[in-house]
Design a protein. Structure first.
Length: 328
């Protein structure tokens, strides 16, 4: 059994290591090409600029034909089930320059490596635990990064609307106002507005470019802004005054969110205590009297109680967090 696990885990570990090394090397080469491009001349400069432009949005993890065929097979199966589309939305929302198919391939290889290492170093229970951890943690990190970027984008919206309204009242066009916003505000909203301005100057509809940003960021507040701009461009009206009203509404909602977060602080602290206290007590008891807690790890009924309590604790944490999560 161990030989079979080793036969499976070592190729998978090699593929995972190769993907991570290729990712790092690809990023370093891309930054180097971007740095040296202004100093290149002739055909070499054009080739480097073209390569940099083509790879600026995403990062290749695999480049060999065999791995590319494996990635294509994984992408075909995932796309037919909607997994690839969901992963692409999450990567776009988190602003991670990774290709969905290749990221999913490396993720599956990581699951194989984690589960096989758990079986090789422990038993079936530890293999299952390692498999669950490796399978769940990357998704949690990705979704957390996406939500954090959306929250930061939403927090910058009132400043963006106030600055845009000021530029409109000064006599500038909305495209000039968005250019000012892209130059004055920091990322993520500055980066997204630079993309919108670039697409608008290339001939794309401004409303369509803004709607794509709203879809990628998944911000309800920004969708209101896009809807307001679209209606104003169709029927006319004072856009600066409309943006001021929307900005005031967003500021009021942000204040209510802060008050709700303050009122639910006790519940969030309770969720933290629920998650930390059993683990701390377990380590304390194990340090003081190891024989008292050893049956939890060496008897079947004890293992059932141990892993069952972990599952119930996780459910309690998520339930408590859901109770104190108030939508405003």
């Amino acid at each position: 059994m161990k030989f079979l696990i080793a036969f499976l885990v070592f190729p998978a570990a090699g593929l995972l290591t190769w993907g991570l090394i290729t990712l790092v090397a690809r990023e370093r080469n891309r930054h180097l090409n971007e740095t040296l491009a202004p100093y290149s001349v002739g055909t070499l400069r054009d080739a480097r600029v073209t390569a940099t432009t083509a790879g600026a949005g995403t990062t290749e993890l695999v480049r060999t034909p065999f791995l590319q065929r494996a990635v294509a097979a994984v992408a075909e199966v995932a796309s037919s089930r909607g997994v690839l589309q969901f992963l692409k939305r999450q990567l776009d929302q988190a602003d991670l320059p990774l290709r969905p198919a290749e990221a999913l391939f490396v993720y599956l290889v990581g699951i194989v490596v984690g589960g096989a290492l758990g079986l090789l170093l422990g038993n079936a229970i530890w293999g299952l635990v390692a498999l669950v951890v490796v399978a769940v943690v990357p998704w949690m990190v990705l979704m957390s990064a996406a939500k954090r970027r959306t929250a930061k984008f939403t927090a910058q919206l009132p400043d963006m609307l106030q600055l845009l309204g000021t530029t409109l009242r000064s006599g500038f066009s909305i495209l000039q106002g968005l250019t000012t916003v892209s130059q004055q505000l920091s990322d993520p909203i500055g980066k997204d507005m630079r993309h919108v301005v670039a697409e608008a100057r290339l001939g794309r509809s401004l409303v369509d470019a803004l709607a794509e940003v709203a879809q990628r960021v998944r911000s309800d507040d920004f969708e209101w802004v896009v809807t307001a701009i679209g209606i104003q461009r169709e029927v006319g009206g004072n856009l600066a005054e409309l943006l001021d009203i929307v900005a005031d509404t967003m500021i009021a909602r942000a204040r209510i969110r802060g008050e709700a977060r303050t009122l639910t602080a006790e519940g969030r602290i309770g969720a933290a205590v629920i998650s930390i206290l059993p683990v701390a007590i377990g380590f304390f008891v194990y340090a003081v009297n190891p024989g008292y807690i050893r049956p939890l790890f060496h008897q079947a009924f004890g293992e059932i109680l141990f892993y069952g309590s972990i599952g119930l604790g996780v459910i309690g944490i998520f339930w408590t967090r859901k109770l104190v999560d108030i939508e405003v």
